[in-house]
Design a protein around this ligand. Structure first.
Ligand SMILES: Nc1nc2c(ncn2[C@@H]2O[C@H](COP(=O)(O)OP(=O)(O)OP(=O)(O)O)[C@@H](O)[C@H]2O)c(=O)[nH]1
Ligand SMILES: [Mg+2]
Length: 415
């Protein structure tokens, strides 16, 4: 049997194909039980449906069953549009081909998947009643699309399909990037700046700070923890300059001033943006703040629904800072919870939380969903450094260079 999928990755697999191709049947055959409704009436599945399932040996997956791509009439069109939308959330797509073989609907959806960058496997279903056409096999071979000859009815080919799914897991979901260890060498100092203000939990450090300290120790580095007030003294007392200074985002402006330019500086949020997500994409999204226009809608998106506090970072502080930075009247909207709003396209920018409640795969999926729908996306920490005018410096340790940095950002003190 194939290897297990990486832990903590809940793959989102979307099944597409014409009506009656056997999409729902394939889900049942993969799952080994009836979790999706099957019938010989075309158009049985009318809305994209998410089915959560522990798919051995893969681990947890979410299947999206979708209505047929060749659905007809006004309602059919709406259904197809809904099916296409869920493709932007997919880690992978299975194109189920039934008795009709490959034709225009299959070509169109493959083109769309290619544009979205969603990896795809083809399932030539119903092989128990009709052998696959040679022309269809050639079609997939020419395009280097892996295909599986299968039958949802007899189960033939389903184990091979599962292995194919594991092989097609995007590499970014397989590997965990480093947190901080790759930025320092054995015996080097790292200074961590952690303000102890009212927002700091009583009696302890927060998990991201603890994880960074642990990673420094794992890299055989030396970690020093200070509040922002003691930073200058720490710098003056170290015999060698530190390899890195990591600060809480909220103190980044002061720390930027206190840490001499040649010393690499970053923030906990930026470290986690890389660890949890896609730092270059989030930096690119932060630069879209410079292109915002009067009245634009900005989505502040939080993965959890914590109880908002008075000076809430997502509801109050970041909107205020972005407003001060741009000088524009912007329409900030808040969304908390599992999914993005369906009408994501109405936003000029998405500013996502750090995603401490999400795993890397889920965070990447949200970033990809925004990218696929043409909406720039950044996160709280990256956006804060952007509007404080320090983004260029705090992403430099990762080899990311900003082509243009708005002069308005420099020296703008934000409260
Ligand atoms: N012989 C045979 N019949 C199959 C196979 N897979 C599905 N079917 C039959 O094809 C019909 C349609 O199957 P569904 O799984 O409902 O197809 P679907 O793609 O989900 O269809 P819609 O929801 O209408 O878009 C049903 O009658 C199934 O029993 C197969 O591998 N072999
Ligand atoms: Mg169906």
């Amino acid at each position: 049997m194939a290897e297990k999928a990486p832990r903590g990755v809940r793959l989102v697999i979307t099944l597409v194909g014409r009506r009656n191709a056997g999409k729902s049947s394939c889900i049942n055959a993969l799952a080994g039980q009836d979790i999706a409704i099957v019938s010989d009436a075309p158009g049985t599945t009318t809305d994209p449906v998410a089915k959560h399932y522990e798919l051995l040996p893969l681990g947890p997956v979410t299947f999206y069953d979708t209505p047929g791509l060749d659905d007809v009439g006004k309602l059919g069109e709406l259904r197809i549009r809904a099916a296409r939308k869920v493709l932007t959330r997919a880690d992978m797509a299975l194109l189920v081909v039934g008795e009709h073989g490959v034709d225009d609907p299959e070509r169109a959806v493959l083109e769309e998947l290619r544009e979205l960058g969603v990896p795809c496997l083809a399932v030539l279903n119903k092989s128990d009643t009709q052998p696959p056409r040679e022309a269809d096999l050639a079609f997939f071979r020419e395009r280097s699309i892996p295909y599986h000859i299968a039958s949802a009815a007899t189960g033939q080919g389903m184990n091979a399909l599962k292995r194919g799914i594991i092989d097609a897991i995007p590499p970014e979901l397989r590997q965990e990037p480093p947190l901080v260890g790759d930025l320092i060498s054995e015996g080097q100092w790292t200074i961590c700046v952690t303000p102890i203000d009212l927002a700091a939990p009583k009696g302890r450090l927060i998990l991201p700070q603890v994880q960074v300290l642990r990673d420094i120790l794992d890299a055989d580095g030396l970690g020093v923890v200070v509040k922002e007030r003691e930073l200058e003294e720490a710098l003056a007392n170290l015999k060698r300059p530190p390899a890195l200074v990591v600060t809480d985002s909220q103190a980044v402006l002061k720390v930027d001033g206190d840490v001499p330019e040649p010393i690499p500086l970053t923030t906990f949020s930026i470290l986690f943006a890389r660890y949890k997500g896609d730092l270059p994409a989030l930096v690119h999204g932060a630069n879209a703040i410079d292109s915002l226009r009067q009245g634009d809608r900005v989505l502040m998106s939080e993965a959890c629904s914590h109880h908002p506090v008075a000076d809430d970072i997502g509801r109050v502080k970041i909107p205020r800072w972005i407003t001060q930075y741009t000088g524009l009247d912007l329409d900030f909207q808040m969304a908390a919870g599992n999914d993005f709003p369906d009408d994501l396209e109405q936003y000029a920018l998405v500013v996502h939380c750090g995603g401490c409640m999400l795993n890397r795969a889920a965070m990447l999926r949200r970033i990809r969903e925004c990218q696929r729908r043409g909406v720039p996306v950044t996160n709280y920490g990256v956006a804060i450094s952007k509007v404080q005018g320090v983004l260029e410096r705090v992403v430099r340790p990762f080899g990311i260079r900003l082509s243009e940095q708005s002069p308005a950002a420099a020296a703008l003190a934000l409260d």
